[in-house]
Write a protein of this length. Sequence first.
Length: 460
Amino acid sequence: MPQGQMARSSAQNRNIKKEYFHYLIPTVIGMIAHSFYCLADVFFVGIKIGSGGLAALNVSLPIFTIYTTISVLFGVGAATTISILRGEQNFQPIDKIFTQTIAAVVTFGILFSVFMTPFLEEVAVLFGATDPIAVSVKDYLLPINLSAFIYMLSSALTIIVRSDGNPRLVMLACTAGNLTNVLLDFIFVIVWDIGVFGAGLATAIGPLVTVLLLLIHFIKKYNHVHFVLHFFSWSSLVRTVRNGAGSSVLEFTSGIVILMFNIVLISLSGEKAVAIFSIISNIGYVGKGIFNGMAQAAQPIIGESYGAKKYRKMITANRYAALTALLFSLAVYAVILLFPSGIISLFVSQDPEMIKMGTVAVILYFLSFPFTGQNTILMYYFQSIGHVRYTIILSFMRGIVLTFIALILMSSFFDIGGVWLSLFTAEAITFAGFYPIKLKLNRVLLWREEDQTQITDTAF
């Protein structure tokens, strides 16, 4: 490569890196804050109520995925579609897609509140809760389900406002909402002693603060997307759902994974094993949120670059996301290896048996962490460039098929140790199967860009 061309390439990479980190830093901080409410609930409930309360929270997590699956379906779908349309310089449908997305999320949230609230205890039993735990699950979810549309709107708006060029506001809104949740957790659970209902009430109020702050994006006219009166379009709705399907499948399958683990752990070791998994899965939920943030930080760059046929820029942005996820996952696992018992004892300091069981569990379970990060980046990459079928297959294989098979086989051969290793097995096989597909796809896209460049040079 000639020296001048190498210099231009280096400068372009620096610009892409700068653009990626412009989105990354506030996005990851916002994702940490958005995910942190789970750890706050676990921390205060673990201290005040113990293993029964922790088990109830863990049974509630798959039910949470009902909300997040819908909000991510429309939020990520809209953000991806809008990014590609901007790259194509096709601005006309953007406002309709945005308005339709918000209307759909609010409608689904209201339907969940109306039709699911009377049956929360039955839903808890369906998701694996025993009778005493089911009552606690109902108490925890009652305030959250009554305000489901706020919770879902918060999740969808963070994705859309970030993609609309305001990641700092998303960071501030998420941080404020979740600090509110943590403070109210302390007041309701520790000071006022109103149990898991108090934790649920705090979790319901936090997203309201987030939504109110995100509205600044529109009130102060920072927005490039706008609400319009006439917004319904079947073709736009189908395109939005198609582009968000992969992320929603990922959210849905994460709930299925927790449900499968709960069922196997209850049969093998009972309530304490489920309580330990509650700690682990909530830590993992924060990690998943951070990986989503790393992937979503690259999504606007990748989507617009793909729409504009700037494939090299798109691939470079994805490379930065993958490297960031790898370094983060290795650093986190190093901390886990150094302080496994300390991490578990933060939540159950009064129970030596749970600390001993949890120390082994956290080391084995989080072997999967580097592969979880890379698979998340892969999934968002396929989705951002319109290859949704790969995203759906990846999410479904990793989240249901391979995890189910690994759980059955590993627990049969290695008892509870096999349960903790099953996610590592599923994630590693998924990565080995889909990473080569990405490499092949990249080669095709680079060939297209080089071919187009040669045609342009010849024309001039």
